[in-house]
Design a binder for this molecule. Sequence first.
Ligand SMILES: NC(=O)c1ccc[n+]([C@@H]2O[C@H](COP(=O)([O-])OP(=O)(O)OC[C@H]3O[C@@H](n4cnc5c(N)ncnc54)[C@H](O)[C@@H]3O)[C@@H](O)[C@H]2O)c1
Length: 267
Amino acid sequence: MSDPLFDLAGRTAVVTGGLGQLGSELARSLVAREMRVALLDIDERPNDDSGIPENMIRTIGCDVTDRAAVVKALERIEADWGTPHLLVNAAGIDAPPDAPASEVGPFEEVPLEALERVLDVNVLGVVVPCQVIGGAMARAGRGSIVNVGSIYGILSPDQSLYDFRRLAGEEFFKPVAYSVSKSALVNLTRYLATYWGRSGVRVNTLTPHGIENGQPSPFVEAFAARSPLGRLMDVSEAVGAVIFLASDASSYVTGANLVVDGGWSAW
Ligand SMILES: NC(=O)c1ccc[n+]([C@@H]2O[C@H](COP(=O)([O-])OP(=O)(O)OC[C@H]3O[C@@H](n4cnc5c(N)ncnc54)[C@H](O)[C@@H]3O)[C@@H](O)[C@H]2O)c1
């Protein structure tokens, strides 16, 4: 028997970055709860949700920083499925593993263009879907928005996690751009929670940390040593928080930051 508190059946969700590791896991979980899910992603690769019918999940190629593209995506979604009930902003970028040395070097030398690139996707790429899709939700008088932040948006990176790269002779610092961008989301969330408070749209941040994804073993070991739960997170462990924030179980929760970090921020 489904629990009405957590019942999402028949509602529509938009997941940005829906082809990524977290976005695709969330999409599958929402479809399993009978939501119709539109994945917005800049990537053109087909999603691997073979077996899920087209009337339950669809991918729309879209750069979330491009307002006209997001407007067009929303028009397609609304035409078929109506105004979305849930928007999960999971599109995001970080410095890639092969980032040039200047981008992962000392703070004093980080090129501003590298900062701008990350801020563009991680901040404007959340603002724009909130404007367009959140605006439609507000006109419909209901909705839930989940902005995916990061522990690095509320705490500074522990640079010792990356000692293994320095020991290998590299000059490496987890760059500041990601932290700055993710901390902006915490207050964008609060701003919108109050702005739309009486329009029936709730807005919350989800703050995950350390999703297991085949990272090098020295990183995994350093992470585990620092983590109260002693391990990285399995991507499936982010799902419950999103179901909670999406559903009526969280009807009085807005402007909050739900931290799913295995206790990282507890000490
Ligand atoms: N993986 C982690 O450990 C971790 C921890 C904390 C927070 N997060 C956050 O969770 C979110 C998802 O991360 P992930 O690990 O699934 O990353 P991922 O790289 O697997 O997925 C991100 C997706 O966003 C898409 N994307 C990038 N730029 C875009 C744009 N301009 N328009 C549309 N789509 C775009 C990418 O194509 C990709 O499919 C990100 O916001 C990330 O910062 C991840």
